[in-house]
Write a protein that binds this ligand. Structure first.
Ligand code: FAD
Ligand code: N01
Length: 574
């Protein structure tokens, strides 16, 4: 281990500034500080570590990756010392795990909590990133690493008259730290994605008066079948842990589970049931990976979807409610597939009702509740928005990032994100995006691609520091090629057949484009490893910012964007 003096080539305050203290940022800080010996500052908006697990405290919040694989694999001591209590632990336990990691690696001393990065600008004169925070500080660094999460900016739809509502409102992704009192309340939950599906059964079980669920798109939820893990389970996991983790890191979805068959297209429904039933009974993601071609072959998918529709019909007593809960407008898993505990059963309770907003749209909020377009006023004491996130690009774009030539990330991504390998953007030297757009991220068990990204970024920064090369940036050609490759792959899948947050379509005004890399974690890992082995193929490495400008192409602007920039410059000069 080396001393944490400054090691890089500029006069900046730090070698690297990292933003975000979730799974990604914590590991990134450790690798850069403790293995490369660099001086690093991590800035985190929250008052503690945890990221997702700090913010999402809603009733029922828990992971749906199995605990023994929803964790780091890079440190044997952490793997040996930490023991999970459940197959899918609740939010407080995952948060406790990340606190344990932060303490074990002594990370807190280099984290500035309760501080939001409000802008990051690449200053060409000094060749450094100038990172401004909401407390008025500016931190300068040679490297700028965003670890801001794919699902970290909650989204609340702009319902007519929303602010006039006088009851309590909550968003699942920004749940208060103090207990919420449900007693005798009339509660509305809007949204039936993974968060809604987790919280609805728990809210219904609380001592409320009534729960009304507003559903726009029904989801296919598979049982989680959570259970406690005892010492015996844990010993079994520990015995095989290395192998399990190696399998997860070698798999397209970051899961150490076998597929049953290549396809279901040639099977009868009875054969399909024989394959799926044991996986249904076992619960969890083994169901998702039963057939290899699930997400590329409509015939396979339609059969699996059919199986799931029948399961939903069988679980809900009232046939009319059951039909509303049955998805018919999209294929299974083309929207992020949730796991559930008692979700469908919840609709058999007397104190729960379902409003299908495709039949009965929300007209407006009133001071006391929600009016639907059929003229009915429903009164609520509390509205819970389980309406998701400005995913994958939202948090990055809110950070007001400006690269070379005064070009902002917002301008650069006006038509949708363009990156090289989901790791960097042309025109933004020495900026790395952990689980950035066009990397596998959300299409997998995320600790796997997170470790993979953090390790690649750390090795790359290590190579630059060792080699005395101060600047790296993707070339425009490599970026165009990667973006096109991403789009071509996505077109071959069923993901593009439905509106979803994968497609950037959950936020009004965002350009429609499939954002994550759909080629699989395993193939992706090999690709980025090869890029490094080939001397950073597709990147420009340079000794000076001028050199970077000369050898890399100018950041690629559409004619229209270039004209707008020119116009803005002229206005400033005038
Ligand atoms: P995050 O955990 O989102 O951390 C990003 C951090 O950056 C946050 O703390 C945020 O405050 C901070 N930040 C953002 N912008 C700024 C700024 N401008 N200035 C300062 N700080 C900033 N994935 C799975 O694979 N399996 C699961 O079971 C699973 N369950 C999930 C359950 C929920 C409820 C949600 C919402 C997501 C779940 N995910 C799951 C995805 C989850 O987001 C990732 O697994 C993982 O936690 C992401 O870690 P991260 O560090 O990349 O991002
Ligand atoms: O958000 P979502 P989420 N009127 O965007 C509806 C991870 N996660 O927080 O589908 C009415 O999926 C919207 O309807 P529609 C996981 O990756 C994991 O639930 O757009 N409804 C949808 O039903 C997940 O995918 C876990 O038609 C409106 C819901 O709100 C991601 O986080 C748990 C609406 C939003 O669903 C996000 O999940 C939780 C409107 N105007 C989260 N606008 C685990 O279990 C939106 N909706 C691991």
């Amino acid at each position: 281990m080396r001393e944490n003096d400054r090691h890089t080539a500029t006069d900046a305050d730090y070698d690297a500034v990292v933003v975000g203290a979730g799974f990604s940022g914590l590991y990134q800080l450790h690798r850069l500080r403790d293995e490369l010996g660099l001086s690093v500052k991590l800035v985190e908006k929250a008052n503690d570590v945890g990221g997702t697990w700090y913010w999402n405290r809603y009733p029922g919040a828990r992971c749906d990756s199995e605990s023994h694989i929803y964790c780091y694999s890079f440190n044997d001591e952490i793997m040996e010392e930490w023991q999970w209590s459940e197959r899918y632990p609740r939010q407080p336990e995952v948060l406790e795990y990340l606190r344990f990691v932060a303490d074990h690696l002594d990370l807190r001393k280099d984290i500035e909590f309760g501080t939001e990065v409000t802008s990051a600008t690449f200053e060409e004169d000094t060749g450094t990133w100038q990172v401004e925070t909401d407390d008025g500080e500016t931190l300068s660094s040679q490297f700028f690493v965003t670890a801001v999460g794919c699902l970290s900016t909650p989204y609340v739809p702009d319902f007519e008259n929303r602010d006039a509502y006088q009851g309590e409102t909550y968003h699942t992704g920004k749940w208060p730290h103090d207990p919420v009192d449900f007693e005798d309340k009339r509660v509305a939950v809007i949204g039936t994605g993974a968060s809604g599906i987790q919280t609805i059964p728990e809210v219904a079980r609380a001592d409320i008066e009534h729960l009304t669920v507003f559903q726009r798109t029904p989801n296919y939820a598979v049982p989680a079948r959570n259970r406690s893990l005892d010492d015996e389970d844990w010993e079994e996991i520990q015995r095989n842990y290395e192998e399990i983790m190696a399998e997860a890191h070698d798999d397209g979805s970051g899961l150490p589970f076998d597929t049953a068959r290549e396809t279901a297209a040639d099977l009868t429904m009875a054969d399909i049931e024989a394959v799926l039933e044991p996986r249904w009974e076992e619960g969890g993601w083994r169901f998702l990976v039963a057939f290899e071609d699930l997400l590329v072959n409509p015939e396979t998918n339609e059969k699996v979807s059919q199986y799931l529709r029948e399961k939903i019909r069988g679980a809900v007593d009232d046939p009319e409610t059951a039909e509303k809960l049955v998805p018919t407008d999209h294929y299974y898993a083309t929207k992020r597939p949730p796991l559930h505990t008692d979700y469908y059963d919840t609709f058999n309770r007397d104190n729960v009702s379902l409003v299908d907003v495709t039949e009965t749209p929300v007209d407006r909020f009133t001071t006391g509740g929600i009016r639907t377009e059929d003229g009915e006023d429903r009164e609520f004491d509390m509205v819970i928005f389980a309406t998701g996130f400005d995913a994958m690009t939202g948090t990055l774009l809110r950070m007001d990032i400006e690269g070379r030539n005064g070009l902002t990330l917002e301008e650069r991504w006006a038509d949708g994100p363009k990156t090289y390998l989901g790791l960097g953007v042309q025109g933004f030297p020495n900026m790395f995006t952990v689980t950035g757009p066009q990397s596998p991220s959300v299409l997998s068990n995320m600790p796997v691609p997170i470790e993979n990204h953090v390790e690649w970024i750390s090795e790359t920064i290590g190579d630059l520091v060792e080699g005395g090369t101060p600047y790296i940036e993707p070339t425009g050609v490599a970026e165009e090629d990667w973006t096109e490759h991403n789009m071509d792959l996505a077109q071959e899948t069923l993901y593009t057949t439905v509106d979803s947050w994968y497609m950037n379509e959950n936020i009004p005004g965002k350009p429609t484009v499939f954002v994550p890399y759909p080629g699989g974690v395993d193939i992706y890992q090999d690709t980025i490893r090869e890029v490094r082995e080939k001397g950073y193929e597709g990147f420009t490495l340079a000794d000076s910012v001028d050199d970077l400008g000369r050898r890399g192409e100018s950041p690629q602007l559409g004619v229209f964007e270039a004209m707008e920039l020119l116009h803005a410059d002229l206005m400033e000069m005038a």
